[in-house]
Ligand binder design. Structure first.
Ligand SMILES: Nc1ncnc2c1ncn2[C@@H]1O[C@H](COP(=O)(O)OP(=O)(O)OP(=O)(O)O)[C@@H](O)[C@H]1O
Ligand SMILES: [Mg+2]
Length: 373
């Protein structure tokens, strides 16, 4: 897929900016605080309907303005048909999505159109951060791939909230056990499907990440990611087997959950563990090893998208080139060029990106304005 044109109105520090994007590599150069990440964020927003820096939607509206509007024009592989994606948000929190002029209620509709893989220095937290960061990583990627997963996650979160309320009530009211049995069944059914889907996804992602890591390190490093299930080892379990285990845990631990007033087992408590040659990368890996692990993961994401949809997503590289060594930078650029992946790269200085790609489309970003060189 390919985003050919982007129009930002009152979005962050962009007042009214249009940009024609190159089908291959696009480089955004500018000093700190000029609007490079804001532009990537806008592309990401058009892909997911959400923000990757954790800002509230209203913070994206230009200060003092009543609304923002983002319009992107994209094409899919092998077709000349153009799709117009438009998101509007105002100060009253009215948020509207239109695709080719037709309104859609759910932002998840966007997942059928523009798909992106984002790689930013912040991604190190996938390895270094809390389990919640890793679950979030998994969920964001998987929601782009699978609409039913998106619904499962949304419903599961509601189930956990309701069940937690009930567990707290049960601390002083004993008569609601029948109601708890109903919530238990929802929890087990939705939770087991989530765990199963996550494991299936990792089965695609991890071998690809391992292959990239091998190539990046001349076969020296073996990279693995395992799923750590809070309920115990689940290996190659089917959904039914996960359900049976979940059922057993819920029955055995009911009193403990009531006492604590919260749901203690389920996919909302699970984690990912990254290994390099059987060393726990979070605990023992160097910064460079952790960064290489993330690079392998991101490259693998591109391949998984390709496998699932027959086309590569857009690759957004925010300030990462200067942090990679020459061979890793080379690998990344070769991969992008070989597979003709549309890529937007930001950096403070062209020398820090790669001289080799300097002949591609370069844009200067200055105080919320983009100038084609
Ligand atoms: N809602 C908003 N309205 C207007 N300006 C905003 C808004 N939110 C952020 N900004 C401005 O956007 C600028 C930050 O832009 P951005 O994060 O894209 O910078 P950058 O070019 O990526 O810089 P760096 O190289 O430091 O990462 C800041 O100057 C900030 O004041
Ligand atoms: Mg930035």
């Amino acid at each position: 897929m390919y985003l050919q044109h982007l129009h930002l109105i009152n979005y962050r520090n962009y007042k009214n900016q249009e940009i024609h994007l190159n089908r291959g590599i696009n480089i955004l150069i500018g000093a700190n605080g000029q609007g490079k990440t804001n532009l990537l964020e806008a592309v990401y927003y058009l892909s997911t309907g959400g923000n990757f820096r954790g800002n509230k939607d209203l913070e994206l509206i230009q200060w003092g303005q009543p609304y923002f509007r983002l319009v992107g024009q994209m094409k899919k592989e092998g077709s000349d048909r153009c799709y117009d994606l438009e998101i509007y948000l105002d100060n009253e929190k009215n948020k509207q999505l239109k695709i080719n002029g037709v309104k859609y209620k759910s932002m998840s509709e966007l997942h059928n159109y523009l798909r992106v893989v984002l790689f930013s220095p912040d991604d190190l937290k996938i390895i270094k951060g809390s389990p919640a960061e890793r679950r979030r990583y998994l969920d964001v990627v998987m929601c782009q791939m699978d609409k039913s997963y998106h619904r499962l996650i949304r419903d599961y979160e509601r189930i956990v909230v309701q069940r937690n309320n009930l567990l707290k009530e049960l601390q002083y009211k004993k008569q609601n056990h029948n109601q708890l049995a109903v919530w238990n069944q929802y929890l087990i059914s939705y939770g087991s499907q989530i765990i199963f889907k996550r494991i299936q996804f990792l089965k695609m992602l991890v071998p690809m990440a391992r292959k990239v890591q091998h190539e990046l390190t001349q076969q020296a490093e073996r990279f693995t990611v395992t799923y750590h299930c809070s309920m115990g080892a689940i290996g190659d379990f089917s959904v039914e087997q996960i359900q049976a285990l979940f059922q057993k845990i819920v029955e055995q631990k009911q009193e403990e959950e009531i006492m604590r007033g919260t749901t203690l087992w389920g996919p909302h408590r699970d984690d990912l563990i990254f290994y390099l040659n059987s060393m726990d990368l979070k605990r023992y890996g160097s910064q460079g090893q952790q960064r290489t692990g993330i690079l392998s993961l991101k490259m693998a994401e591109l391949q998984v998208f390709y496998k699932c949809f027959g086309e590569y997503p857009l690759l957004l590289l925010d300030d990462v080139m200067s942090e990679l060594d020459d061979s890793r930078r080379q690998y990344l650029i070769e991969m992008v060029k070989k597979n003709q992946i549309q890529t937007i790269i930001t950096g403070a200085n062209i020398d820090l990106i790669s001289e080799e790609i300097a002949k591609d489309e370069v844009f200067s970003v200055f105080e919320g304005k983009i100038i084609t060189k």
